[in-house]
Structures are given as C-alpha cells and as structure tokens.
Design a protein around this ligand. Structure first.
Ligand code: ATP
Length: 374
C-alpha cells in the first residue's frame, strides 16, 4: 500500500499551448479511492498516466510513498493500470492474461497459479479461466482486466474509465463491485471517469478537473453541498443545478423575480452581481400561488413569492420525476429551471406550475469569478 502525492505536477505537450495538466497538487492517502473527474480533454488521463509513468512530468513531481518517481520506469513502479480498452492479449486465455505480468516478473509457477486462482475467485472468473477474450462478454473481459491488476498486488491501482465499454446496467453493478473490491483489498486507487455519478458513488474523495487545473478535491457530499465555484456546482449533480444571474438588494437576490433569502454574510453585499444556484430538489411546488397580479413584484413571470413555469420537458424516473420549465413570459429563450417532483405530483408538457425556493438551500457565487461566496 502507498501514498501518492502530485506536487505541482505539470505536463505540457506543446510549447505553444496551455499545459494539459497545469500544476496539480494532490495528496492521496494510503488505501484511499480517489476519483479524477471532469469533462473531455481536461487532463484526467494525462494525470493518471504521469503517475503510472506512461507520460513524462514536465514540471513539479509525482511521489509514491514519498519517493520521486521521475526516472523510474513504468514496470518498476509497482503500479497496476486498468485501461478502458482492457488491453487483453487476444491469443491468451483469461488465466494466461492474468499470469502474464507475473511470468515476466519471474514469480514462481506455483505462486502465479495461486495468485491467479485467488483473483479468479474474488472476481468470479473460475469457470472462465480457459476462455480467450473473444469468447467472453464485455463484463467478463473487464473482470479479467481487473484480475490482471489484482494478481500483481501492486502499491497503487490506476484505472482509466474501466467501465466505459459496458452497458448501463452492467456499469452500475460493476461499479459497486470495484468499489467493494477496493475496500477489501485496501489498495490506494486513482480512478478516472468523465461520469459524475460514477465519481460520486465510488470515490472516498473526488477531484474535479477543468482545463488541466484542479477545481476542488472533496468528499462526494461536500462537492455536492459546498461546490467552490459555478463550474463544480454545474458539473456535479444530475440533473444539473439551475444557475441564474442576479444582484444582491435589500438582503435578497431574485431568481426570475422571485425573492431568494440569503445568508447574512451574502445579504450584506448590497449591489454585488451574483449567480444564484438552486438544485432541482431545492424547489417545492405551491398549490395556491400568491394571487398578486404579475408586475407588482418586479417580474412578469412570478407571482409574489412563487415562480410560474411553463413545463417543456418531464423526465419520470419512477420514484421521482424532474420537470424542466421556462419562466412564464420569458419565451423560448428563457433560461430553464429544473425542479424535482415527488411521485404524487404529475405534470405534463405545457402545464403551468408555481414553485418556490426552499430556505437554506441556496448557493451563491460571485458573478465575475464564479467563486462561491460563503
Ligand atoms: P477524455 O475524457 O476525453 O479521455 P481527459 O480528461 O482524459 O479526456 P487527456 O487525455 O488527459 O484528457 O488530455 C488532456 C489534453 O491533452 C487534451 O487537450 C488532449 O488533446 C491533450 N493531449 C493528450 N494526449 C496528447 C498527446 N499525446 N499529444 C498532444 N496532446 C495530447
């Protein structure tokens, strides 16, 4: 087992372009499951590959157990990598694929056999050991790729989108298997995904990257509850948070004309331009909206304390559903507001619904920088 430390680690593919990974500092604890997440091209794979030694480090350092890995060859790093493509040898059986690295490392035949048998048992691959990759399903191949990493008993697992090639159902079951396996083995794991649900359900901590820079490293709960900026707020959470520009006046901000109460510290920033964020579950439907006519409260789309939305999409997930609506009067170009409904409330496209923000569930960010205002 091992600690991993990225110390201002930088990778620059071209002198004329911004670095793909730009001075990342990240401390990963022994036995931790750390997920790197972010949109396509943000530098997740490059960060992981620097740790595995598959990509040079152009600035800063990467340390494993306190030792600078600069100059250490990938095969000498004691790090096992699981790739999205699985990278299995097609002409070898599952057992031979798993044994390959051990044979190369001159581990004795008896020990190799034992380690492969143990991994096969953990991954329920015992019946498939004689099959070649072409004779296995995607999920089975994925487990062989995991087995190949496990048999090495490495200090660190590096996993690069290992579930991407599985169908939706298998992804869900496999992600809990991998998380459970990691818990049992206790091997420090760095896991790359662009899927925020995968990140939130698997990681002890999640590191959010954007344009090669770390935005926030936190537990899934903190990322969701206290996003440090508008990028993290909108990247984490599905459906996404509704973000609306506003201005602080008389201790409140308005979202499409509806007053949103603010914490005292934020309320004191009179005249400041802010972005207000409300998650889908931070609204409630009001059965009897404030009857004051439109216009009296400064907005054509709101009636007193409630916001009138015209529903233009409904997503039903069984236990709950989400409606996406545009403020009445804002037209087709109006910014959409997303609201979670409980299973008792049924709405269809074209309906009018009145919603109110819940107290204490409002995120506020600086409009210019996007940074959270505490
Ligand atoms: P994805 O989710 O699409 O796999 P990622 O977050 O893993 O993306 P990286 O693969 O790390 O992103 O790439 C980060 C940036 O570096 C991208 O802009 C990419 O085009 C660039 N890049 C990656 N590999 C190379 C390379 N070998 N040569 C030049 N540029 C590269």
């Amino acid at each position: 087992m091992a600690t991993v430390y990225f110390d201002e680690a930088t990778r620059r593919f071209s002198k004329d372009e911004a670095p793909a990974v730009d001075g990342i500092t990240l401390d990963i604890a022994d036995g931790e499951f750390l997920v790197l997440v972010g949109p396509s091209g943000c530098g997740k794979s490059t960060t992981l590959r620097m740790l595995a030694g598959l990509e040079p480090v152009d600035g800063g350092r990467v340390l494993v157990d306190g030792h600078d890995q600069n100059g250490v060859r990938p095969r000498d790093r004691d790090i096992a990598m699981v790739f999205q493509s699985y990278a299995l040898y097609p002409n070898m059986t599952a057992a031979q694929n798993m044994a390959f690295a051990l044979d190369n490392a001159r581990v004795s035949k008896a020990e190799t056999k034992q380690r492969v048998a143990e991994a096969a048992k953990i991954l329920e691959l015992e019946q498939l050991l004689d099959r070649k990759p072409g004779q296995m399903s995607g999920g089975q191949r994925q487990r062989v790729a995991m087995g190949r990493a496990i048999v090495r008993n490495p200090k660190v697992f590096c996993m690069d989108e290992p579930l991407s090639n599985l169908d939706a159902k298998l992804r869900v079951s496999t992600r809990s298997q991998i998380a459970g396996l990691q818990r049992r083995l206790g091997i420090t794991t760095v896991y790359v995904t662009h899927d925020q649900v995968e990140a939130m359900t698997m990681g002890h901590r999640v590191a959010v990257l954007r344009d090669g820079r770390l935005q926030q490293v936190d537990t899934p709960e903190r990322l969701y509850d206290r996003p440090v900026n508008t990028f993290v707020a909108s990247f984490i959470g599905s459906p996404a948070i509704t973000l609306v520009e506003s201005e602080v006046r008389e201790g409140i901000a308005r979202v499409h004309g509806v007053p949103v109460p603010l914490d005292r510290a934020v309320a004191a920033r009179a005249g400041e331009k802010v972005v207000v964020g409300l998650r889908p579950e931070s609204w409630h439907v009001v059965a009897t909206p404030d009857p004051r006519p439109a216009g009296e409260n400064g907005s054509s789309s709101s009636h007193g304390t409630s916001l009138a939305l015209k529903v233009d999409l409904v997503e039903s997930l069984g236990a709950e559903s989400f409606v996406y609506g545009r403020p009445v009067g804002s037209g087709e170009s109006g910014e959409r507001v997303t609201v979670r409904l409980d299973r008792r409330t049924h709405l269809t496209v074209g309906d009018l619904v009145h919603v109110e923000p819940d107290h204490g569930e409002v995120h506020v960010f600086d409009a210019a920088s996007g940074a959270r205002i505490e």
